[in-house]
Ligand binder design. Sequence first.
Ligand SMILES: [Zn+2]
Length: 505
Amino acid sequence: LIPPVILAPEYLLPDSDPANLCRDQAVLVNGGIIQAIGSRDDLKTREPDAIVRDLPGALLLAGFVNAHQHGRGLSQIQLGYADDFLEAWIAGRKARGVLDAYAITKLVAARMVANGVTTAIHANYSYGSGDYETEVRQSVRAYLDIGMRVSMSIGILDRGQTVYPPHDACFCAGLPSDLNDWLARSPTAYMPDVAATIDLLHRLRHDYRDEPRVTFAYGPAGPQWVKEDSWRAIAEDAAAHGLGLHLHALESSAQRDAVAELYPQGVFAALKEFGALTPRTVIAHGVWMTPRDCAEVAAAGATVVRNPGSNLRLRSGIAPLADMLAAGVRVAVGTDNTACDDTEDLLGELRMAGLLARSPEWNGPPPPSTRDLLAMLTENGAVAAGFAGASGRIEVGAPADLVALDLTHVRAPYLDRDTPLLDAVIARGRGADVALTMVGGDIVHDHGTLVHGALPEIEAAAAASALAARLPRDPASIGRTGRFRAELVTHYQTCGAATAKTPPE
Ligand SMILES: [Zn+2]
């Protein structure tokens, strides 16, 4: 049992409203919960047995939520294949072996807590072993071993594994037969069908019913990757049990073009028809959202997750964050494990998202405010992750998911008093400034030290796994991947040329 702790920072920000920033207020944490907020001395009188953690020169704020990532603790750059268009990049994985889900997830969890992330959404992802359930259980164990909270999305992908529909059949018909045979032989990424997916999700919910740091959601990969009947089936089960749906949508120009053909009524109108656009729905990327899309998503109360570094690196584009905010969309932020500087620095990604939303037009939409950005980092991500009671705020009765950010780098050597402190945090703060990360009352990262685990061992295990997975099980997959990718690139270039001739309205 963890004894009561008083965290006593210089500044406390209880929610994302800069007007509520206060000085010399401390937080009493007991039983994993925020029990009281008050002066350090009052709290000590109230709870004399509490351990006092003085955090001079630090800002205490709600834990950060990485609202879209996949448990990839080593980036593709580290694994030996370059950034490219999303679709070509995904195809490149076929030339590699299977990474150890536990080792790789544990490394990313360790890096996230070092950057102040207390909760992650683990989007649909398959490490490619062919045993999806074991992969999910290993990943969950890795997050828990580090001490993080995780919302685990159970993946579904039942069409468009080669290229996106409606042109996938035509594409495959033009492939050499050995490539078609090879593609048909690749192991199923997720569960074999929707019924098995629903079974797995409920089995996991049952097995982890006593673990408050884990929740499960459906992870339909995206509108062009999931059949209509499957959408309806999971949306119905999600509604019956109040579960989240976490999907990718309108990430790349190729996805934009595919869904324009598949859903002439609009992709969000279609998801709504399927019962899949609700306040429990979380849409990663939304790079190509139109003003109409923004209005539909806002009206549904769904969340969009901005992933700026990933979208730049994978040539997806720049999401219209300012338009989303102007339309009233709830927006969160994620690294997608492809952050702009190849770290898990969520503060850096947040800053990039804010900068890319600064319209050069004098009459353009206003840039995101510091309040908008802080909400993306904390409260909005907490809604997206769907933990009951975890509000992304520092309030009495809420789980104690807290981050202390050391302000030395933000303020040194000089910060004029005319600059609001939180504007400076957004402009200058880095994940490396995180002094302490607490999840549910448990300190998981403390002044550069990972509390539950030894980072060098975790890194060594991930590196060993990467080395072992350098080559695919069948060495012929390397050559086939190269040929398949070339066909895929030609296909999307041809589709793109057709779209360029008839620009969508
Ligand atoms: Zn993603």
